[in-house]
Design a protein around this ligand. Structure first.
Ligand code: C2E
Ligand code: CA
Ligand code: CA
Ligand code: CA
Length: 279
């Protein structure tokens, strides 16, 4: 059985042929998802490791399928990449999240950083910079509050425009974060060649804090290296108190994970900001 994300839908014991038919059906559904208003952006807080104040949030897309319920991005983003739909879905997420972040700034006076994931396909688009500047202009969000998350699964050599686009985004004033740091084949090459402001330590390392001394050493060394390079560092997948204590003791800057909060739909995230404001 393959899980389509944590919320509900599962495929049980399907044959390869059935699975392919299902993928075809989903791909065609995905084609209309944006137009039909079935896409949602959820937001997950990023907190300061010392004060635990919310300092930013990551935008994470979900697909609310009319029959199947919520489908997670881990399942449909690859389909969207195969079909090229990721370009328009990614643009929709970016515009929606920028508008939302600007609205929260206006309502709460909070200057929260907004992280948005960029797929390799988007990073190769020749008009990426125009799309990002127009999302910033139309929303009124400050460029330096927008952080583009780029995974290092993308090969720099195989992706024309990628390095140029990232430098262009930097010139616009956007920040760049290397996502899933340490899981790709070229982490250090990425760090050397890309204008990265931050590193996001992958959750597979964080999960092994208190379990695997080697992974603990990697986390420590990554934080140390980031700081020596004058980069910020965020840990993702922080689930338990022990992760928090370790990361704090080792001077990680920011934390993200279920220990603090799951990704939330807009109204729930807004309630959270309101509660925090009253404290
Ligand atoms: P990611 O960018 O590495 O995002 C972090 C994922 O970890 C999210 O899964 C988040 O819900 C999950 N997570 C957060 N805290 C914890 C924790 O404490 N424990 C565990 N086990 N997981 C945690 P999600 O939302 O299912 O997204 C999966 C992936 O889909 C993302 O991984 C990202 O690569 C991709 N994705 C999501 N939204 C977008 C988008 O708008 N555009 C693109 N291109 N990709 C997206
Ligand atoms: Ca991410
Ligand atoms: Ca990640
Ligand atoms: Ca990931």
């Amino acid at each position: 059985a393959k899980s389509l994300g944590r919320n509900n839908y599962q495929i049980y014991e399907v044959s390869a042929e059935q699975a392919q038919q299902q993928n075809m059906a989903l791909k065609s559904g995905l084609r209309h998802a944006e137009h039909n208003g079935e896409l949602r952006v959820f937001y997950q807080p990023q907190v300061d490791a010392v004060t635990e104040d919310i300092v930013g949030m990551e935008a994470l897309v979900r697909w609310e399928h009319p029959e199947l319920g919520f489908i997670g991005p881990g399942f449909f983003i690859p389909l969207a990449e195969e079909t090229g739909l990721i370009v328009s879905i990614g643009e929709w997420v970016l515009r929606t999240a920028c508008r939302q972040a600007q609205e929260w700034e206006r309502k709460f006076g909070l200057r929260l950083r907004l992280g948005v994931n960029l797929s390799a396909v988007q990073l190769m688009q020749p008009n990426l910079l125009e799309i990002v500047s127009s999302a910033l202009d139309e929303s009124g969000l400050d460029a330096n509050l927008l952080e583009m998350e780029v995974t290092e699964s993308i090969s720099i050599k195989a992706a024309p425009n990628l390095v140029e686009n990232l430098h262009g985004l930097h010139r616009l004033g956007c920040r760049i974060a290397i996502d899933d740091f340490g899981t790709g084949a070229a982490s250090l090459d990425y760090l050397r060649k890309l204008p990265a402001d931050r590193i996001k330590i992958d959750q597979s390392f964080v999960r092994n804090i208190g379990v695997d001394p080697d992974d603990e050493a990697i986390v420590r060394a990554t934080i140390e290296m980031a700081h020596r390079l004058k980069r910020g560092v965020v840990a993702e997948g922080v689930e338990i108190e022990q992760h928090l204590q370790f990361l704090r003791a080792n001077r990680c800057d920011e934390l993200q994970g279920y220990l603090f909060c799951r990704p939330l739909p807009t109204p729930t995230f807004e309630k959270l900001l309101l509660e925090r404001q009253r404290l």
